[in-house]
Every structure is written in structure tokens, then in C-alpha cells.
Design a protein around this ligand. Structure first.
Ligand code: PXP
Length: 238
């Protein structure tokens, strides 16, 4: 089964626009679980412009499904993750002021940096994942560095899907096969949507997890959160 992890950063962005606690991100996370999400993803950034560190602490004790914390492994982030002990940590190479993650790790250049951090998380019993583009060599270095999974950076798939779905998905199938042959689990995320998710899933049905935020929360404005989550789940089952 491919799990759907809902990224609730956009919910925090909406809350932060006004101050106060509307919408309540903890309640939304619990409702996502109630409506069928298999996990919750948060991406705390140093400036707290979306999910804040205190949200991460508030979510951990109440979530019933998989908790995934993604972000750049700064000392503050590492400390947070080691204290909270989520099911999974996803390392993302984004600069503090970046609007959104827009590239995967160069696992060759940052090999020792990543190896050390992965080791710290693994020793704490936290499953690790590295955000990565479709490059065989970088996946091999990710495996050597000791990650449990990779998360495929799917923005190029989403962009290419509009013109030529088969061409867009091909490098992702190849990279996912390499990862599988190296014993790695495979997650995917970024710009996945109701339009492109099912095709991706059908081509890589052994995907462990997709993490989806922007399109899902935007769809919920029209369909409501419950119907939206059910529709995304359907894309992962047919
Ligand atoms: N995976 C990672 C590593 C991300 O940084 C993001 C965006 O925060 C996502 C998945 C989700 O992307 P989207 O919001 O486009 O669904």
C-alpha cells in the first residue's frame, strides 16, 4: 500500500496570516487522519513562516498515524527531530529563505555531512529519507550514506506530465527501480495532484509514501478536506 502523508504547512501559513489559532493545525491534522490520511508531514523552517517548532511538539503526542518531519538539517532542526522522535525524518537541501524545496540533494558532494546526520537519526530509531532527483549515481551515494528511503523530487514529473506523461514518468520509474535494488524504500513528493498522482502510482506501485500539500489543500477549498483526502486515496488504489 502506498501511504498518503498530508503536508499541513499551508494550513499553518493560513493561520499565521492573521495570528491567533484559526485554523487550528492540530485539529486539521487530526481531521486529516480521521478522513483517511496515513500520515502527517510538516516542514518547519527557521523563520517559522509555516509550521513552527511549537506546532511540531504539539502534534507529536496526539497523532495516531505516521509523523514525518522534513527540512534542512541545521543544528536546530536536528535537535528538534531528536527530541520529538517522529517516525520519519526527510532531509531536504533548502536554504532558509527558499519559497519551497526546488531541488534534491547532491549526495556525492555532501556525502560525509549526510552520513553523519543519518547515523544520528538512525541511532535514535528514526527512519530516514533523503529528497533526491532522478540520478542513479546520487541514489547510490544516498544508499551508501545510510538512508532508509529516498523521496523522489517530483516537480519535473508534474511539469512534464501535462505534455507527455509517459516521457515524464520514465526517469522516475528507472530511479525507483535502482533504489529498490539497493534495498531503499521509495517516497515521492512535490507538485503531485489529483491530475497526475494516479498515473505516477500506476507506474511505480511499490511506492511507500507520497507526501502532498499544496494541491491537496487547494483542492480542499472546493471539495472540502474529507472528500479531497478520499479522492487522493483513490488515486493510490486504482
Ligand atoms: N516533499 C518535500 C520534501 C517538500 O519540501 C514538499 C513541499 O514542502 C513536499 C513534498 C510537498 O510538495 P507540495 O506542497 O507541492 O505537495
Amino acid at each position: 500500500m502506498t501511504k498518503l502523508s498530508v503536508n499541513i504547512n499551508k494550513v499553518a501559513t493560513l493561520r499565521n496570516a492573521r495570528g491567533g489559532n484559526v485554523p487550528d493545525v492540530v485539529k486539521v491534522a487530526l481531521d486529516c487522519e480521521k478522513f483517511g490520511a496515513d500520515g502527517i508531514t510538516v516542514h518547519p523552517r527557521p523563520d517559522g513562516r509555516h509550521i513552527r517548532f511549537d506546532d511540531v511538539y504539539a502534534l507529536k503526542p496526539v497523532l495516531r498515524t505516521e509523523f514525518n518531519i522534513e527540512g534542512y538539517p541545521s543544528p536546530e532542526f536536528i535537535d528538534l527531530v531528536l527530541k520529538v522522535k517522529p517516525h520519519q525524518v526527510t532531509l531536504v537541501p533548502d536554504a532558509p529563505d527558499q519559497i519551497t524545496s526546488n531541488s534534491g540533494w547532491d549526495t556525492k558532494t555532501h556525502f560525509s555531512f549526510l552520513s553523519e546526520i543519518l547515523d544520528d537519526f538512525s541511532s535514535a530509531g528514526i527512519r530516514t529519507s533523503i529528497f533526491i532527483s532522478t540520478d542513479a549515481e546520487l541514489v547510490e551515494y544516498a544508499a551508501k550514506a545510510g538512508t532508509d528511503r529516498i523521496e523522489l523530487y517530483t516537480e519535473p514529473y508534474a511539469t512534464g506530465f501535462v505534455k507527455n506523461p509517459e516521457k515524464a514518468v520514465t526517469p522516475f520509474i528507472e530511479t525507483a527501480k535502482i533504489a529498490r535494488s539497493l534495498g531503499l524504500g521509495v517516497n515521492a513528493g512535490h507538485d503531485l495532484s489529483l491530475e497526475n498522482l494516479n498515473y505516477f502510482y500506476k507506474n511505480i506501485p511499490w511506492l511507500d509514501e507520497v507526501s502532498i500539500g499544496h494541491a491537496l489543500i487547494a483542492d480542499a477549498l472546493y471539495m472540502g478536506l474529507e472528500t479531497t483526502i478520499k479522492n487522493y486515496k483513490k488515486c493510490l488504489s486504482e
